[in-house]
Design a protein around this ligand. Sequence first.
Ligand SMILES: O=C(O)CCC(=O)C(=O)O
Length: 290
Amino acid sequence: MPYLTPAQIESFQTNGYLIIPDFIDAETIKAMKAGASEILDALTLEELKIFTTENQSDVLDHYFLESAEKVRCFFEEEAFDENGDLKTEKHLAINKIGHALHDRIPVFEEYSYQAKFLALAQDLGLSQPQIVQSQYIFKQAKIGAKVNPHTDSTFIYTTPYSCLGAWVALEAASVENGCLSFIPGSHKKYPLQEQYIRNAEGTGTTFVKTSAERVEWPVEELIPVEVPAGTLVLLSGEVIHASSANRSERSRQSYILHLVDAQCEWSAQNWLQRPPDSPFRDMRMVVSQH
Ligand SMILES: O=C(O)CCC(=O)C(=O)O
C-alpha cells in the first residue's frame, strides 16, 4: 500500500524535501521523550569524563565510531566552561544521542520500524529499505549548536546514492530555536562535494573530495522550514540543508532516521560500519515481525 500521494512524491523529487504534517501524535512524542530522558538518566560519570579530559581525541574518536551500533551521548560544545566543567545538569547539556537507537531501545525501535516508514521509503524508490542510523537531537535552549550546510549522502554513501532522511519534530521548530532550512532543488543542481570516511587505520574520520568540480553553495538561498511538533520532514541525501544555533529559551528536540536501499552498494569507507554480528536489518522483515 502506498503511503505518499503522487503529488507528494513529485514535490519531494522537485524540492529534495517534503513536509508531512501530523505524522505522530502527542502520546508517541511523550513516549520518545521519556525514552531519551531515561538514556540520559543512565549516562555515567565515566562517559562524561571522555568529554572533559584533555587530549583524549583518540578516545573520543573510538567512542564516536562505536556509536554505529550502540547508543552514545554527545555533548553540546558550549555545555562546558573554561575549566572543562559542565555548566548545567547533563539533561540540558547533551547535543544528541546516536546512532543505533532504532536497533537498541524498544520505544525507538517501535517508532522506527513502522509500516508507514517502509511504505514511504518504497514510494520514494528504495526497493529494499534499511535503517542505517538514528539520532535524537536535543538542540538545547541557549547552547544548541548550529549544523552547517551539508548533504547527508556525504555521511551515508551508497552507489548509486540512496540515502533518505526522515526527521520528525518532537517540539515545535521555528527560526528562533533553529529549525531546518533547505535550498530547494539543490539535490539536482550540485555534484556531491565530499565523503566523510573512516581513515585507513580505522581509528578516526576524515573528509575526501568526491567531485573535481568545486562548487560554492548559495547558502543565502536556504529557506527555513518552521513546523509544529509531530511533523515529519523527509530529506533527499543530496539536498543541501542546515540549522542555525539555538539561542532561545526553548529546546528543539527531534528524532532523525537515515535509510538506504540495500540493493545499492554500501561504501566500505563510510564512517558508519556495523560489525558482522550486528548487521543492518532488512526493514521489510522487521516490520512484518512487529
Ligand atoms: O536537526 C538538525 O538540526 C539537523 C539534522 C541534520 O541536518 C541531519 O541529521 O542531517
